[in-house]
Ligand binder design. Structure first.
Ligand code: HDE
Length: 729
């Protein structure tokens, strides 16, 4: 590893114990000679070795052969699921000693700072697919604790499509591009997915989440995360409690509109990746609080659902989420492949104090994650890849295999041994040895599913009932779109029969959009996921009502809306812009932590009325409304005339309106607003209240514009605009 001293760490990004460990693997070529992989200095990297200037290339050219061979092997198989991802380094700190609940050391010492590496991902798309696909997002956290790695491999939705791991390959085959023509990429809107789903009523709850705005995050930084399964906390006395893990983003939970998502996919398929990278580069470090819901063993059966069923959540009204610590992502990776691509998460990586339950989906995952790395990362030594290495020392009698990095010394690789005095030694529980929770098991060996897993619809209904009106409309639209893309009518119809079990109004609206009526399919005929000798009646969904009517935590409507930090604001300007109305608003937004771009017809610079030159960040060609959270149009009659003549400027504002974003304008810019399709909807009243209700503000006063506009941006979206459903842009 040459040139260790020359390694540059970005000034605002943070170091931790894991970074220091990684630094022994850093390589930086500044000032270094080019060499082959066996360290020989290269004299000519421009020409291959030939028999004469115009002659054939010689096989002898070891430099050429080495370079091309390495290149030929530069790709590894992409992950079968979660192939597309982005990651960052950070730290986690627990707020208070949690030793009453768990002996996990990193959760017992508020002074300890645990390094983490977090990878966010989509599920269905390939590595090169768009970030904005309608999909579940992976939220995988590797804690490098002093007791070994703990991987919390979760999603941004708290439940899953299936109850038993044995159905996972079927689910993924159904959602991936269809095998005959490999279409569509990164989309569930096709026949095979809905063919499968419509026969698997256990997926109903998760389908509601996947069709909701949760599947279209504004940013990875604005997503919740969930461990999904029920895990166990075990304390030093051996007392266990059930635990559900949550990540709560301090920026709130926000989404984009579906039309916007589709546009972003074209304008910037790396939207989420760029957003995460840029925020960290700018020092706006994303933060989440770790939450836990604790259920005692005595309460295991007190709910009207089974806590081992991964298609169920525990409503926060029944068991509140305690926030026990904070995670901050504060450093971008140095190398995408070495870190983000090669990181290997494993739901089975737990530390003493954290243990599993018998959730049958979790149990299957415990096998899968090592198995997949064996082929993806080329053998059993993937734990030695720097990003996967534990910061706690690793010693055991495992040896050899492809790409072994460790040079084990000595003669013994077995135990017991006398030659090395039985090293490495086993460790007592008191000194931190892992001991599995002593769960009592007394059962028959059986392939079956517990009756307590057969309530498929009550939490799907609870989720739908808990949504605000706009969120409900978005679910109706999403289902109408997805099922509209399904070609086989009987699949659409069967899905309507599933939806009617969740909510009649929802099913009726989707049916209307599809031009179909809802078939009457009895519950026992809805479930086609039954064994060959299975009793259809016994496998029918039970249909109880949830004891809760609504759960506020399931809706995004009331999420945190008090900050515009890292929000992207477009200022549309041209030569002749009024400098005061531009700079005052810009400065105030920047002071609040927003990212402000001046967008003009051409790149380069514009001149204000006061002849001040200002740099243009983007032109109408390179920017797009969908890449911003809000728009401001300053005054200056010359600039306004230019914008009026620029169809892309009007389109920009129309699109921002269509996607329900905050729009503010100086009163001199009124002609531009009058050229939009929403001119008639401009609020008659010019006061703050009207502006906050409509998300539209026209004012001549820069100070009050800044104040009101900031509040409007923090509100994220003005979904009430969707009501008239007029489609411009
Ligand atoms: Fe995964 N999953 N999964 N999964 N999963 C993988 O592991 C699997 C499940 C999740 O950023 C794979 O290293 C099975 C639930 C995330 O690298 C693979 C089952 C949840 C990631 C795999 C599930 C997840 C993965 C592919 C059903 C939410 C990305 C590459 C029994 C709680 C991690 C890899 C990263 C990745 C198998 C179900 C989350 C094949 C068999 C439920 C976030 O091992």
């Amino acid at each position: 590893m040459d040139n260790k001293k020359a390694v540059k760490t970005k000034p605002q990004q943070q170091e931790n114990e894991k970074t220091r460990q990684l630094s022994s693997s850093f390589s930086d070529a500044s000032g270094a000679s080019m060499t082959t992989n066996h360290g020989v200095k290269i004299n000519d990297d421009q020409n291959s070795l030939k028999a004469g200037e115009r002659g054939a290339t010689l096989l002898e050219d070891f430099i050429l052969r080495e370079k091309i061979t390495h290149f030929d092997h530069e790709r590894i198989p992409e992950r079968i699921v979660h192939a597309r991802g982005s990651a960052a380094h950070g730290v986690f700190k627990v707020y208070e000693d949690m030793s009453d609940l768990t002996r996990a050391a990193f959760l017992c010492d508020p002074g300890a700072e645990t390094p983490v590496f977090v990878r966010f991902s989509t599920v269905a798309g390939s590595r090169g697919s768009t970030d904005l696909a309608r999909d579940v997002r992976g939220f995988a956290v590797k804690f490098y604790t002093q007791e070994g790695n703990f991987d919390l491999v979760g999603n941004n939705m708290p439940v899953f499509f299936i109850q038993d791991a044995v159905k996972f390959p079927d689910l993924i085959h159904a959602v991936k591009p269809e095998p005959d023509n490999e279409m569509p990429q990164a989309a569930s809107a096709h026949d095979t997915f809905w063919d499968f789903i419509s026969q698997m009523p256990e997926s109903a709850h998760m389908v509601m989440w996947a069709m909701s705005d949760r599947a279209l995050p504004r940013s990875y930084r604005m997503m919740e995360g969930f461990g999904v399964h029920t895990f166990r906390f075990v304390n030093a006395k051996g007392v266990a409690n059930f635990v559900k893990f949550h990540w709560k983003p301090l920026l709130g939970v926000h989404a984009v509109a579906w039309d916007e998502a589709q546009n972003i996919s074209g304008k910037d398929p790396d939207f989420h990746r760029r957003d995460l990278w840029d925020a960290i580069e700018a020092g706006a470090f994303p933060e989440w609080e770790l939450g836990v819901q604790i259920v005692s063993e005595e309460d295991e059966f007190k709910f009207d659902f089974d806590i081992l069923d991964p298609t169920k959540l525990i409503p926060e009204e029944l068991v509140p989420v305690q926030r026990i610590g904070k995670m901050t992502l504060n450093r971008n990776p140095d190398n995408f492949f070495a870190e983000t691509e090669q990181v290997a998460f494993h739901v089975g990586h737990v530390v003493p104090g954290i243990d599993f339950t018998n959730d049958p989906l979790l149990q299957g995952r415990l096998f899968s994650y090592t198995d997949t790395q064996l082929i993806r990362l080329g053998g059993p030594n993937f734990h030695e890849i720097p990003i996967n290495r534990s910061v706690a020392p690793v010693h055991n009698n495992q040896r050899d295999g492809y790409m072994r990095q460790t040079i084990n010394r000595g003669k013994t690789s077995y135990g017991p041994n006398a030659i090395a005095a039985n090293d490495p030694q086993q460790v007592s529980e008191a000194e931190g040895g892992f001991v599995s929770y002593n769960e009592r098991i007394d059962a028959k060996k059986i392939r079956a599913r517990s009756r307590s897993f057969f309530d498929h619809f009550s939490q799907a209904s609870l989720f739908f009932n808990s949504q605000s009106e706009p969120e409900k409309n978005h679910i109706v639209d999403a289902l109408s779109f997805e099922l509209g893309k399904v070609k086989m009518v009987d699949i659409r119809e069967r899905m309507l029969a599933v939806l009617v079990q969740i909510d009649t109004d929802l099913a009726n609206k989707v049916a209307a959009a599809l031009g179909l009526s809802i078939p009457e399919i009895p519950l026992e005929a809805l479930n086609n996921s039954i064994p060959a000798d299975g009793d259809r009646e016994a496998y029918a969904s039970t249909n109880p009502k949830s004891t809760l009517e609504k759960s506020a935590a399931l809706s995004m409507a009331d999420t945190i809306k008090d900050s515009i930090k890292t929000r992207k604001i477009a200022i549309l300007a041209a030569n002749g812009v009024d400098e005061v109305s531009l700079s005052a608003v810009k400065d105030s937004l920047v002071a609040e932590g927003a990212v402000v771009h001046i967008i003009a017809p051409m790149l380069g610079e514009i001149k204000s009325t006061g002849k001040k030159t200002m740099a243009v960040d983007e032109s109408f060609l390179t920017a797009a409304s969908v890449l911003y959270d809000a728009v401001y149009i300053p005054g200056g009659s010359d600039a306004i005339n230019v914008l009026l003549d620029e169809p892309n400027a009007i389109h920009f504002i129309n699109e921002a309106f269509k996607h329900c974003k905050a729009i503010a304008a100086h009163q001199e810019a009124m002609p531009v607003l009058e050229a939009t399709y929403f001119a008639k909807q401009l609020p008659k009243d010019k006061d703050t209240k009207a502006a906050l209700a409509a998300g539209l503000l026209v004012s001549g006063d820069a100070k009050s514009t800044s104040e009101t506009f900031t509040k409007m941006i923090a509100m994220h979206r003005f979904w009430n605009r969707e009501k008239p459903r007029k489609v411009p842009a």
